[in-house]
Structures are given as C-alpha cells and as structure tokens.
Write a protein that binds this ligand. Structure first.
Ligand code: SAM
Ligand code: 2KA
Ligand code: SF4
Ligand code: MG
Length: 231
C-alpha cells in the first residue's frame, strides 16, 4: 500500500498541545441519529479523520478547521443552554484533546454523546459519556479498520451502529450482531447510507429476520437540504 493512501493515514495527531482542539464547527441542531434523534443537541465537530469511508457525508471535516482552547469550546457549548451535546467529526478520538474535552463536558453536567468510527481505542473515554460506536461494513471500504477489542468496553448506556449500503452490508452486519450478541448488550442501530437506496427493502429484511435492531434514517437530512453544513 502506498504511504499516502487513506488506509495509512496517521491515527493520532500529535502536533497540538493537549488542551488545544482543531474544530471544524460547533452548532445547535436537532439530533438526527441514534436513540436521541429528535432532541435538540449541540454538536462539536473535530477536524481530521484517518479513515475514508466511501460514502462519508462529512469530507469537509477532513482538513482545515480552527485551533480552539478547551475552555473556549466549553464556553461556546454552554452558551446554547442545551443539556445534550455530541462530540463528532471527522474522527473525534483522533485528537488527544478530545479526551479532556469529553471529561470537561461531563463535568458541566451535560449528557455527552461521542460518535466514533470504531477505529480508535475507546477504553480511556470518560465513562460518563455515551459512545455511539460505528462498526464499518464492507461497503465503506474501511471494515478492516475496526478495533474489535473496543466491544469489550461497550456497556448498556452506549449504542452500536451499522451504516449499510446494500444487501451484502446488511448480511455482514446481521452476522456481526449474532456473533457478538450485540443486541443483548446495548441498542443496535441499522442506518441506510443516505440517498443511495430505497428505504423499504432494509426495513422489510429486519422484520422478516425478527432482528432486534433499530432502523434509523438521518432525520436532519429530511429537515434541511442534505448538503447543508452545520445542521
Ligand atoms: C461523519 S461521521 C463522524 C464520526 C465518526 N467518524 C464515525 O464515522 O462514526 C458521523 C456519522 O455519520 C455517518 N454517516 C456518514 N456519512 C453517511 C451517509 N452518507 N449516510 C449515512 N450515514 C452516514 C457515519 O457512519 C457516522 O455514524
Ligand atoms: N443533526 C445532526 N445530527 C447528527 N447526528 C450525528 C451527526 C454527525 O455528523 O455525527 C449529526 C449531524 O451532522 N447533524
Ligand atoms: S470515519 Fe466517519 S468521518 Fe471518517 S470517513 Fe468515515 S464516516 Fe467520515
Ligand atoms: Mg453528520
């Protein structure tokens, strides 16, 4: 594999001091994903990701961004007066300062969600935060990046998610759910890749298979134009 291919991008950025975050955007919106869908939520989108999912809707967060201190990010989040906050990206856990950010948000008494690709070690994430662990299916072309040992740190408060392109991804995800008894451990989300397929077939596969998972669409893309940033 060539050194500059996406699969060899560095997992951890080491250029910033521990309390500086590289931020793409901070915004207040309706949570569009997870079991929290529909609730007002503040989003902190960290810049940079070592993965390149084929269907990623947030490639604008791969580069750029603004350096912000931890204190400034906490102040901005608090300014919305919203009890729910999600740390996302890019891949949020690829920045060392994400870990003190998550702890700081928990210290503020906020309900903290972390949206992560499963490619980073989650063992040192503040246990008060709720992790939404995305297990990458073959259609993402990133399934070999999953750190399977992350599953041992998942508890009832967390969620496991599969973003599914087609029937092959669906069958692959069903096999993972069964093999790891995921539905006994926490909510499991099956989310179709946005825009690429009819919704009804996957809903019907889930019903036919009596699968105890939550079928979910990205709600915000039905509220706002799907190309809009910061919603
Ligand atoms: C942009 S990612 C950022 C967090 C982290 N990098 C991850 O992949 O979980 C946020 C969520 O959006 C999902 N997502 C990205 N593009 C999507 C698309 N085209 N359709 C459906 N979900 C998508 C990802 O799978 C992930 O669950
Ligand atoms: N409204 C809204 N809800 C979301 N839930 C997860 C998101 C993400 O990009 O991680 C997201 C997002 O980008 N917008
Ligand atoms: S891991 Fe998340 S941010 Fe990175 S490419 Fe995949 S969906 Fe996009
Ligand atoms: Mg998004």
């Amino acid at each position: 594999m060539p050194m500059n291919s996406p699969k060899s991008l560095p997992l951890q950025s080491s250029s910033s001091p521990d309390s500086t975050l590289r931020i793409t955007e901070i915004f207040h919106s309706i949570q569009g994903e997870s079991t929290f869908a529909g609730e007002p939520c503040v989003f902190v989108r960290l810049t940079g990701c070592p993965l390149r999912c084929t269907w990623c809707d947030t490639a604008y967060a791969f580069h750029g961004g603004t350096d912000m201190s931890l204190a400034t990010v906490l102040d901005q989040v608090k300014s919305y007066g919203c009890r729910l906050v999600e740390v996302t990206g890019g891949e949020p856990l690829s920045q060392a300062a994400a870990f003190p950010l998550i702890a700081g948000l928990c210290d503020e008494g906020l309900e903290v969600l972390i949206e992560t690709s499963g490619a980073m070690d989650i063992s040192t994430v503040d246990p008060r935060a709720k992790i939404i662990l995305d297990i990458k299916c073959p259609g993402s072309d990133m399934e070999d990046r999953t750190r399977w040992d992350n599953l041992q740190h998942i508890t009832q408060k967390d969620q496991i998610k599969f973003v599914i392109s087609d029937r092959r991804d669906y069958d692959w995800a069903v096999d993972v759910v069964h093999r790891h008894h995921l539905a006994d451990r926490c909510p499991v989300l099956f989310s179709p890749v946005f825009g690429g397929q009819e919704l009804r077939p996957m809903a019907e596969w889930i019903l036919q298979d009596r699968l105890p998972v939550r079928f979910q669409v990205q709600l915000h893309k039905f509220i706002w134009n799907p190309e809009t940033r910061g919603v």
